[in-house]
Design a protein around this ligand. Sequence first.
Ligand code: F6P
Length: 361
Amino acid sequence: MAARRIGVITAGGDCPGLNAVIRAVVKKAVNDFGAEAVGFLDGFRGLVLDHHTPLTYESVSSIIGVGGTILGSSNRDNPFKFYYDDDQKEPVDASQKALDTYERHGLSALICIGGDGTLSMSHEFCKKGLKIVGVPKTIDNDVQGTDQTFGFDSAVATACDALDKIRTTAASHHRAMVVELMGRTAGWLTLFAGIATGGDIILIPEMPFSAEGVCGFVKRRSEKGRRYSILCVAEGAHESGKDQVLLEGKGKRTGMVRLGGIGQAVAEMVQENTGVEARTTVLGHIQRGGSPTTFDRILATRYGAHAIQLAMDGVSGVTVCLKGGAIDQFPLDKVANNPRRVSPDSEFVRVARSTGAYLGE
Ligand code: F6P
């Protein structure tokens, strides 16, 4: 009997741990099932255009600690609304091309490693008959059904390192230091980094803030003799009754806005209203880079191993997930178009407040 063949893609914004998942999928496929693996390049684009590379035991050796993805990724290619190039005016449905690629390679299943956008597209392909197992990645930690995506812990570690460094300058110069973090519409990254570094003010998209509240808190700190403040601001945070601050409107190919600029807006607001000198640092893509933490290497390896096990067992239409410390599975239809956000009543918010942080009234 011919060896079974598994396809692998990494799609969406990259994060630390993608290579660790690829490695686990391929090594377990070879070791436990005598199967073969093929990687498609640059996310779903590679599946549509049949750009691929063999994934062998050798090609995935020594990549567990390497950031990024050996397969490349894309967060602007949707096979259902596909652009072959930037000059194309309107998108076309190229999903049949992706289905043809799957058939041509004689795949038993496709492992789709991605965030909620990728997993939503995966769900659409399952409806068209592909066998897919998802693996939840993203620094935003906003995928339904899992306690944690891989990549998140590494991004929190990077943000904490930056925030700890910012603190020394804040203290030396008696300033309000505003740090803008990523996370799209979810505040997980900012909340966790804020809690872990003792941030004074933590602003997340799920909890709109008021200028009076934020400036009043900074002023009261000054009056109490606390000569500096650290403000952790999520890129999606916004003032109550106001829109999010954008770097760019909806992209033609992504269909998504680019968030950014709220950190500077908050710094100006604080300086004008409190007289405390303020500065802004935007952490940006540094949060997506570098080696995965030990936690993420292990989580990514467990996710990859479970994904290939499910695929070999004939399971489809699910993503692997972490629930209460155990690896499990969760239906893709419940993940699709439904980002997981921080609940303002959550224990994380309560613990941040009771250890002194301001998150709004
Ligand atoms: O989803 C990951 C993420 O880094 C978000 O936190 C951020 O809003 C977005 O991707 C940035 O995307 P890009 O790399 O396209 O600028």
